[in-house]
Write a protein that binds this ligand. Structure first.
Ligand SMILES: *Cc1c(COP(=O)(O)O)cnc(C)c1O
Length: 241
């Protein structure tokens, strides 16, 4: 049986429409916020249906699960220009697989991981677009670097030939009120603007999910990562450990 929700295309269109209305509402330029569909835990059928709905990029959390999907698409849809983003935490024993498959890695949080990715990027592939993950809510359990440590990591990444530093990402603590949601998102925008004022030339601020997409657009996100609002609720029972 398919795990797909009925009406994937309709859900995708609905989210796209909501996003463009939020761009207008918050005075953002049309199409200045990219919508990244997050397909983690959904099978290859969901990816195929997503491609048929016009999706060209996918966000994935689990390296092995994602690489299976990427390999399948490389084989069966070679004419599709798909862009794959790793948005889950990356362990050093998975960097080679990740370097061989992903176009973007949004969760860089150490020099060690960055170096391994650059070293392991296969020859002939473009540099990996990377984002530094910031632990903006200062949660002990979360990965990501502290704001004070961003520059040291950014400088290290800049020296690596097979990585291209594009910006910052965060997964803030979930807030209940508008103010609680806005605080970490606004803090990220301040960091992003500071780095650009210092000449880092970043173009991507990845923040906002199904539950705080509007707030992220309001705060200045350039990429929202939306899973359940598009693909429906997730079943984690088959997730790799
Ligand atoms: C799962 C996930 C998302 C999507 O979350 P939804 O709430 O389903 O939209 C976005 N970003 C990251 C890092 C995730 O792990």
């Amino acid at each position: 049986m398919s795990v797909l929700q009925p009406g994937l295309c309709q859900r995708y269109e609905k989210v796209k429409k909501a996003l463009s209305q939020e761009e207008i509402k918050f005075g953002r330029k049309p199409n200045s916020v990219q919508l990244l569909p997050v397909s983690k835990t959904f099978g290859i059928e969901a990816i195929i249906e997503g491609i048929q709905c016009g999706m060209t990029s996918f966000g994935e959390n689990y390296v092995q699960e994602a690489c299976d999907k990427i390999d399948y698409c490389r084989e069966h849809y070679p004419e599709q220009k798909l862009t794959w983003h790793l948005i889950g935490h990356l362990q050093s024993n998975k960097t080679r697989l990740a370097a061989e498959h992903f176009d973007w890695i949004q969760t860089i949080d150490s020099v060690k991981i960055a170096k391994r990715l650059s070293d392991q990027r296969p020859e002939g592939m473009l540099p990996i677009n990377v984002l530094i993950e910031v632990n903006i809510s200062d949660e002990a359990t979360k990965s990501g670097v502290q704001p004070a440590d961003i520059r040291a990591l950014a400088e290290a990444v800049k020296t690596l030939p097979n990585l291209k530093l594009r910006g910052l990402m965060c997964i803030p603590e979930t807030g209940d009120t508008h103010e609680e949601k806005m605080a970490p998102l606004n803090a990220m925008k301040v960091l992003f603007d500071e780095l650009n004022a210092e000449g880092y030339g970043l173009d991507t601020l990845s923040m906002g999910m199904s539950g705080d997409m509007a707030e992220a657009v309001e705060a200045g996100s350039t990429m929202v990562r939306v899973g359940s609002a598009i693909f429906g609720p997730r079943d984690y029972s088959k997730k790799e450990k």
